[in-house]
Structures are given as C-alpha cells and as structure tokens.
Design a protein around this ligand. Structure first.
Ligand SMILES: Nc1ncnc2c1ncn2[C@@H]1O[C@H](COP(=O)(O)OP(=O)(O)O)[C@@H](O)[C@H]1O
Ligand SMILES: [Mg+2]
Length: 396
C-alpha cells in the first residue's frame, strides 16, 4: 500500500491547498514556517488517533483549536484530511475524516473509507465505512462478504475512529490498512532521548520507534542477531571503527532499562589488552545515534510502511547524508514509503528531481508543488543542480 495523495483542509498551515501527490520516496523543502511539518503532522495526527484517540492526538497542540487553520470561517471550526492509497493489486482506497472543535475538544463528525477497483468514480467504488452523525456517533459499515450494503450499526465515542472498530472486525478484511498504520513511523530524532535507554520491549500500541527515538534500545532488541550484525556492518561503512552493536541492562530501584553500545575498534590496546571497546550511546556522537536509529528501522522485519523523518541531514556529515539517502531510496524500492524534510539545498543535488516537493507560502497561503513541474525551475539550464535552482528560483 502506498499513499498516492493527501488532501489537507484547514489543518495548521494548510487552508485548502491542492491535493499533494506522493511517491515512494519524497523530499520536502521550503522556508521555515512554509508548511512542511504540517503535512507530516496531519499524517501523524491520524496515526496517534488510531493508536490512542483524537484527544491524545491533539494533546501536543494543547487542544484542537490551534490545529485548525485560522482562516477557517466555518460556524463550527473543523479540519478535514483525505488520503488515497494504491494497493499492490491496483485497488484504490480513500479515507476521509472531518474533525470539529467543540470546547477545544476534537469531535470526529465524518469518516469514510471507500474502495474502488480503479480510479475512484461513483460507479466503481463502494463504501467500507460511512459514518453518520446522530446521538453519539453511529457507525455504518458495509459487510464485505455480501458485497452489498448490509449496514452494521455501532455507537462509538466522538473521539474514537470508526476505522479502529472496522479494523478489529475480521470480515472487513482491512489488514492492509491496519498494517500500514501499525508500521508507520514519524521521527524528529532527539540525540538526548536516543541515549536515554528504554524498557526492553515495545508496548503493543507503540510504533516501531517513537518520534524522538527513546525506544531505540527496544527496537534493537527486536532485531535478530544477524540483523544487528548487518547494522554494525552498515555503520562500519560510514565509521570504519565500528565492530558491533550491543545491548546492556541497567537496574535501578524502579525499573530495568536497556541501553545500547557500539563496539568500536581503537588502534591501540587498552589497559585490559583489548583493542575493541563498547562505547555507550551517551558517549557516541549525536550523528551516530541518529543513523543507528534510521538504519535499525530499515533492517527491522516488518519494515516501516511509512517513514517520515524531520530534517534528515541534522547532525550528519555530507558522506553520511549521501549514504542514508541511498539506504532510504533502496528501502523505498522495497516498499517503505519515505517522506523526509530538509533545509539543505545540497541534499537536493543527491535525490531524483521528481522526488522533490516544494512547499511555499504565497500571500499567507501554503501550497505544495512538485519542484520539477514549476516553470521557474524548468527555465534553468538542465545542467544546473537542483539545490542551485532552489536557491536562485523565485522563492516567495
Ligand atoms: N492554526 C493555524 N492557522 C494558520 N496558520 C497556522 C496555524 N498553525 C500554524 N500555522 C502556520 O504554520 C506555520 C508552521 O508550519 P510548519 O508546517 O510547522 O512549518 P515548517 O515548514 O517550518 O515545518 C506557522 O509559522 C504558522 O504560520
Ligand atoms: Mg518543520
């Protein structure tokens, strides 16, 4: 399942931009405050709502009110998100959700999941989920075995998703979409958190890796011995001294924490006569912590379905950036949909031109465009690298 398109309405910086086309590998670039994170946060809002509920998803914004675009003139403020996937068997799935703000609390007022055999038209598509608002919320779902519109009615809370209820019903056969969300990962890696240590196992509703990377030891714990060896070999390609990845436990009064170390070869023998030493996470360079996390995710089975990474180049040297970009592109070929944001024009020179999405604010309006389709960008001599075109192209 790959996300083909996302439509944002009244969500954070995005008032009503045109639908955003996505590919297996995507790079978002644009000025500060243009709306890059807005796109990732829209997806993450759904992710957290599936894992918890809509109130939890709004918590980080101190309630839903701030999330709704300020230009919204609607009597009851709302935002709306529409996603479209294409599955391996060429089926189109679209999911739409409308969320209103009532007393700064989110109320899910509409939800649909529509399946279509090819491009979505009224004749070739049918509803898998369609909610209607009533006293509380009523969930209507078509029963897939009959192919008809046998309606299942269930009342659910206004902060919970009908999608969750439907995914828990075996006959709805929503495993593909369930797996997509279970394995979606959103990263804004924090070097400090990456060195914090975590419990040895991941909670069942938790993502493969949490946003800041605190649960990296648990992720490493989930890798097989061979996968950890492979990780060490990959790290060795960028840092020739690395020989292994190890986990160690520390017991405090309250809980057991797992930490990770990288085994590093030093060109001399230490006091004990050894030449390899475990370097604990908190003594590793910040860049090393970040790449360990990203590479570990790309070795995990199952792989992330969607991997969003904020400011991918942070803390990485140019050679490591290129290495990570190659790894991410190869993962995209293996079915991981990748969306990264960047502020590096140089990075643009090392990704396919078609993968770049430029986010711009024009008179306060956020727009998302394919970089290579902008006339100003096409006007450059084709030999001029993308980063230079980005800098010298008309920006605002
Ligand atoms: N509720 C809102 N209504 C309108 N604009 C908003 C709202 N919330 C945030 N913004 C705008 O979005 C910007 C932040 O967008 P963001 O996607 O985080 O930018 P970046 O491209 O740097 O990641 C803010 O500077 C502000 O202009
Ligand atoms: Mg941002």
């Amino acid at each position: 399942m790959i996300l083909k398109q996302i439509k944002l309405e009244r969500f954070k910086a995005a008032f009503r931009p045109a639908p955003i086309p996505l590919q297996p590998f995507n790079v978002l670039i644009g000025r500060n405050g243009s709306g890059k994170s807005t796109l990732l946060e829209a997806l993450q809002w759904i992710d957290v709502t599936i894992r918890h509920d809509a109130r939890v998803a709004c918590d980080r914004y101190y309630g839903i009110q701030d999330l709704i675009n300020l230009r919204s003139q609607a009597k009851t403020p709302f935002f709306r998100l529409d996603l479209e996937w294409l599955s391996e068997n060429q089926k189109h799935l679209t999911y739409g959700i409308k969320v209103e703000a009532q007393d700064n609390l989110p109320v899910i007022v509409e939800e649909q999941l529509v399946e279509a055999s090819s491009n979505v038209t009224p004749t070739n598509s049918h509803f898998l989920i369609k909610t209607t608002k009533g006293n509380g919320r009523v969930l209507n779902m078509s029963a897939r075995e009959t192919g008809g519109y046998e309606l299942l009615m269930q009342v659910i809370g206004e902060e919970r998703l009908a999608l969750n209820v439907a995914m828990s019903m075996e006959h709805m056969q929503l495993e593909l979409i369930e797996d997509f969300w279970a394995n979606a990962v959103f990263l804004r890696l924090s070097p400090n958190r990456l060195a914090n240590g975590s419990s040895a196992t991941r909670k069942s509703f938790a993502p493969l890796l949490d946003e800041e990377g605190q649960t990296l030891p648990a992720l490493l714990h989930e890798l097989t011995k061979d996968q950890r060896r492979e990780l060490a070999e990959q790290l060795e390609e960028i840092m020739p001294g690395i020989r292994g990845v190890e986990l160690s436990k520390s017991n405090t009064d309250r809980d057991t924490k797992v930490h990770y170390n990288l085994l590093e070869r030093m060109p001399y023998k230490g006091r004990t006569g050894r030449s390899q030493f475990p370097i604990p996470a908190w003594m590793l360079s910040e860049g090393t912590r970040r790449i360990t996390a990203i590479l570990a995710l790309l070795l995990h089975d199952p792989l992330p379905s969607l991997l969003c990474i904020e400011e991918i180049e942070n803390g990485l040297d140019p050679w490591t950036v290129r290495y990570i970009l190659r790894q991410l592109q190869s993962a995209a070929d293996r079915g991981v949909q990748v969306i990264v944001t960047t502020h590096s024009p140089w990075l643009l020179d090392h990704v396919p031109l078609e993968s770049i999405l430029q986010v711009r604010r024009i008179e306060g309006e956020t727009i998302y465009e394919r970089f290579c389709e902008r006339p100003e960008i096409q006007a450059f001599d084709p030999n001029i690298p993308a980063g230079t075109r980005y800098i010298h192209g008309e920006e605002r």
